[in-house]
Write a protein that binds this ligand. Structure first.
Ligand code: NAI
Ligand code: 15L
Length: 265
């Protein structure tokens, strides 16, 4: 690629991608709400609010790939979710449609798009969405928008329903949802390498023994996660009590997002 845009580059996954995706393009354009510090020799740094339509148009122009991580990353009042994750994603796809070369996009969706499924259920890419929060609803919206831009305009997007992407699992639920940074990077490498991507749903989880998700439909991408959260089980058991059997953390795939209320105006 000539130029890869990383939105949300100041966030926790954005910082991982900024460090570790440099081999994917000649130029890496990094963006967030506020300044990201000085640009490295291979970088362009562009501050941009995703809810600023003309700003996003300029941000996307000239990019042949986008890792879209920017936005509200947990539950919040509706106006915050709407501006970042609804307006923001509409602005991104409109900018992609207007660009002279349509970029391929990796969209950071979330397990909270399907969070209300019970942990006893096994899901593949065909499972209807079951969001657990306004945040989860905004990710469902992003997935639907990407699908429409693929069908209507041919823009390719990987809809990555990220589980819990942290250096290590932090809770017992994350023994099922954990995505290691290494496996996330390997996934992004495949997304920007595979010849035909389309607009697939991909569950973003490592090769966890207690996984709830089945990625057989996207075998053609050639992603083979290598890590397994199970190696952390003993330490987790020693450090924190497992949730009780009636706790949302033990019942639902989205865990506590299911039992939390929603923010009222
Ligand atoms: P984060 O909250 O650390 O980073 C998000 C970044 O987006 C922040 O730097 C923030 O300043 C920026 N941002 C927020 N509103 C913005 C706006 N209006 N305009 C421009 N930038 C804005 O989140 P994290 O953990 O790095 O996640 C990245 C993406 O992956 C998010 O979209 C999140 O929803 C998704 N995701 C992450 C998971 C994880 O385990 N880390 C799990 C599932 C989804
Ligand atoms: C998410 O969507 C969030 O962005 C992240 O902070 C975690 O809460 C993650 O889901 C999770 O479910 O563990």
């Amino acid at each position: 690629m000539e130029r890869l845009l990383i939105t949300g580059a100041g966030g926790s996954l954005g910082r991982v991608c900024r460090d570790r995706l440099t081999h994917l393009a000649r130029v890496i354009r990094v963006s967030d709400l506020s300044d990201l510090g000085p640009a490295a020799p291979h970088e362009e740094v562009v501050a941009c609010d995703l809810s600023d339509k003309s700003g996003v148009e300029a941000l996307v122009a000239g990019c042949d790939g986008i890792v879209h991580l920017g936005g509200q990353s947990v539950e919040a009042p509706w106006d915050v979710v709407r501006d970042a994750n609804i307006e923001g994603v509409v602005n991104l796809y409109e900018a992609a449609r207007k660009a002279s070369v349509a970029p391929r996009i990796a969209f950071a969706s979330s397990n909270h798009a399907i969070g209300f499924y019970n942990q006893s259920q096994r899901l593949d890419a065909n499972a209807p969405t079951r969001p657990d929060s306004l945040y989860g609803v905004s990710k469902v919206f992003g997935e639907a928008l990407a699908s429409m831009y693929h069908d209507k305009f041919g823009i390719e997007t990987a809809l990555i329903r990220i589980g819990s992407c942290f250096p290590e699992p932090r809770t017992h639920r994350m023994l099922s949802t954990w995505l290691s940074h290494d496996d996330f990077v390997r996934l992004l490498e495949r997304i920007f390498t595979v010849r035909r991507l389309g607009c697939p749903v991909i569950y973003g989880a490592s090769d966890n023994s207690s996984s709830w998700w089945d990625n057989r439909e996207v075998a053609y991408i050639g992603w083979r996660p290598e890590d397994n959260a199970e190696v952390f089980r003993e330490r987790l058991d020693a450090e924190i009590a497992p949730p009780g059997p009636r706790d949302a953390e033990a019942l639902y795939q989205g865990g506590r997002f299911c039992s939390d209320g929603i923010h009222e105006d």
